[in-house]
Design a binder for this molecule. Structure first.
Ligand code: F6P
Length: 365
């Protein structure tokens, strides 16, 4: 066993959950304990557990049997930010910087480094905590696949699988009723999930945030299929998609969240407009949090295991301030600063956009 540079680490899952988190927790803990003799404390509910000093020991046995489970055994929060932490309730609510308390809590528990699993919000907080003296290592997770410096995040493949299965099911009923079926998928401000699920599900129209659409072009695609005797159409729309010259459709604003905007509703609007303009009946299915639930795919289990073991290796080697990543098939890492310097968007000329077009899919332009 190599001599580790740290004896004890903390672990938390932040932001929205996704399939593969438990596989990654298992990987970090098993590798830390077994390969390096490092003990692990798991904080409950993301950064809320760090600020409120709520944690549990994670032994080898504690993480045995969780590989296939969805969700996170630690719980998570997509509102808890130590730098802007909500204290008090209702009208008495106020936001305070409790980052010093969070770091103190970690130190009192003997934690020498904190492994944070999350998306850009969680990893931005990790970067800021690291700058204040708490060594951090990031593990990229999100169904949105929008993190820079990694080819893919775990959770994405599972979400694509779920969305694709849903599209397959919606196709048969759309065909029976000669309808346009609009399927709204998640993905926040990027279109990776819409693009992959759209291609895998054979979407006739794929609308993603990076390629603003014209509703008339969407209608044209539907009419064209109708003229060819295809009396139904599948429109896959990312929740962040927007019309040319227009804005995103916002479902709600979550007070106190580091990223307060929750998207949603674009599918309904498109279905309404397509039905009005083409005269063809349209329905909408919003896949929502179904895409975040359930078991991880085999791909995500493997990816989470690779990234989790790499994070343990970095901790043991005393290498901090980095996010573990996959590039070109190999496991590597990048600075947290680079990983959180903006989102990884779909380039409009991406080969997959071209492939979808070659299959006859319209991007509504
Ligand atoms: O970032 C993951 C994600 O599922 C996005 O795709 C979606 O926009 C958002 O989280 C939903 O957040 P919430 O769980 O707060 O509704």
């Amino acid at each position: 066993m190599p001599d580790p540079r740290v004896r004890r680490i903390g672990l938390l899952t932040g932001g929205g959950d996704c399939p593969g988190l438990n596989a990654a927790i298992r990987a970090v803990v098993k590798a830390a304990v077994h390969d390096y003799g490092i003990s692990v404390a798991g904080f409950h509910d993301g950064f809320a557990g760090l600020v409120e000093n709520r944690a549990r020991e994670l032994s080898y046995n504690d993480v045995s049997g969780i590989l296939t489970c969805g969700g996170t055994i630690l719980g998570t929060s997509n509102t808890a930010d130590p730098f802007r932490y909500r204290v008090g309730k209702g009208r008495r609510a106020a936001w305070r910087d409790l980052s010093a308390r969070a770091i103190r809590n970690a130190r009192r528990r003997g934690i020498e480094a904190l492994v944070c699993m999350g998306g850009d919000g969680t990893l931005t907080i990790a970067r800021r905590l690291a700058a204040q003296g708490l060594p951090c290592i990031g593990i990229p997770k999100t169904i949105d696949n929008d993190l820079r410096e990694t080819d893919v995040t775990f959770g994405f493949d599972s979400a694509v699988e779920t969305a694709t299965e849903a599209i397959d099911r919606l196709r048969t009923t759309a065909e029976s009723h000669h309808r346009v079926m609009v399927v709204e998928v998640m993905g926040r401000y990027v279109g990776w999930l819409g693009l992959f699920a759209g291609i895998a599900g054979g979407g006739d129209v794929i609308l993603i945030p990076e390629i603003p659409y014209r509703v008339e072009a969407v209608c044209d695609a539907v009419r064209k299929r109708s003229r060819r005797g295809r009396r139904y159409s599948i429109v896959v729309v990312s929740e962040g998609a927007m019309p040319r010259g227009g804005g995103r459709t916002v479902d709600r604003v979550v007070d106190g969240s580091p990223d307060p905007v929750r998207l949603g509703g674009i599918g309904k609007e498109i279905a309404r407009q397509v039905e009005t303009r083409t005269g063809i009946e349209a329905r909408v299915a919003v896949l929502g949090h179904l895409q975040r639930g359930g078991q991880p795919t085999a791909f995500d289990r493997v990816l989470a295991t690779r990234l989790g073991t790499e994070a343990a290796r970095l901790a043991a080697g005393g290498i901090f301030g980095r996010m573990v990543a996959v590039r070109g098939g190999g496991v590597t890492s990048a600075t947290l600063a680079k990983a959180t310097a903006g989102l990884k968007r779909v380039p409009p000329g991406h080969p997959l956009v071209r492939a979808a077009r070659a299959m006859g899919a319209s991007f509504g332009i």
